[in-house]
Design a protein around this ligand. Structure first.
Ligand SMILES: *Cc1c(COP(=O)(O)O)cnc(C)c1O
Length: 227
């Protein structure tokens, strides 16, 4: 077996262990493999280990891979979105995790083909609430969520967050807890959402502890990115 194949198996085992350790429902945490900057050959190794969903953050780079790889792969767009890229995103992806502007959501909605199922959407939350970072602030979230949920060709699935990196697991958990609380508040307000996309290679344990349903891992699967 290749290292990549091994890593997929090791991480999946680890996810099942963490679900148990943190009293999560078995198989409630899904691995999204972040394949940005990685070669088609490396992605094929992950596919050979049974992996079916991949995350990309550059449209052009992603389309080349999507066209070269099997059709049953589920592609998730996880990066910042320029308005002139929305059409390509609606044509090639089934999920977008990085929605923080209504204008972009409206374009995705208007451009999504009637022949395809609604595009699955996560709203990106700005956990640390710095003005420079992408994401919606907690106070703006309820209004933004109701605007998104009115768009018929989008399906609001939940929230995504990229908290500031820190080695302190208590701080990691506190940040993820805030996102999970906002998620449950939306559910209690009547939003039919099921997805908490949070946790990367360096903080996925804390994310699972706090309720993540999708963790997005690149480095833990493929090793350090060179580009
Ligand atoms: C690159 C990236 C990841 C994966 O990061 P790793 O630290 O390599 O696991 C996850 N989410 C987003 C949005 C990314 O851009």
């Amino acid at each position: 077996m290749t290292v990549i194949t091994d890593n997929i198996n090791i991480i999946n085992t680890k996810i099942r262990e963490l679900e148990q350790q943190y009293n999560r429902t078995p198989c409630s945490v899904k691995l999204l493999v972040v394949s940005k900057t990685r070669s088609i050959a490396d992605i094929e190794k992950a596919i050979a280990a049974g992996q079916k969903s991949f995350g990309e953050n550059h449209v052009q780079e992603a389309i080349a891979k999507i066209q070269a790889l099997p059709e049953n792969i589920e592609w998730h767009f996880i990066g910042p979105i320029q308005a002139n890229k929305t059409r390509a995103i609606t044509e090639h992806f089934s999920w977008v995790h990085s929605i923080d502007r209504l204008k972009i959501a409206q374009r995705l909605n208007d451009q999504r083909s009637e022949n395809l199922p609604p595009l699955n959407i996560c709203i990106e939350i700005n956990v640390s609430e710095e003005t420079t970072k992408s994401g919606i602030n907690f106070t703006e979230l309820p209004k933004f969520a109701s605007q998104i949920s009115k768009l018929p060709h989008l399906k609001l699935r939940g929230l995504m967050a990229i908290p500031e990196p820190t080695d302190d697991i208590a701080t990691q958990r506190a940040n993820f807890h805030k996102v999970a609380t906002a998620f449950h508040d939306l559910q209690n307000a009547g939003f039919n959402i099921d997805t908490l996309s949070m946790g990367m290679s360096d903080d996925y344990e804390a994310a699972i502890a706090e309720g993540a349903t999708i963790i997005r891992l690149g480095t833990a699967i493929f090793g350090p990115r060179i580009k």
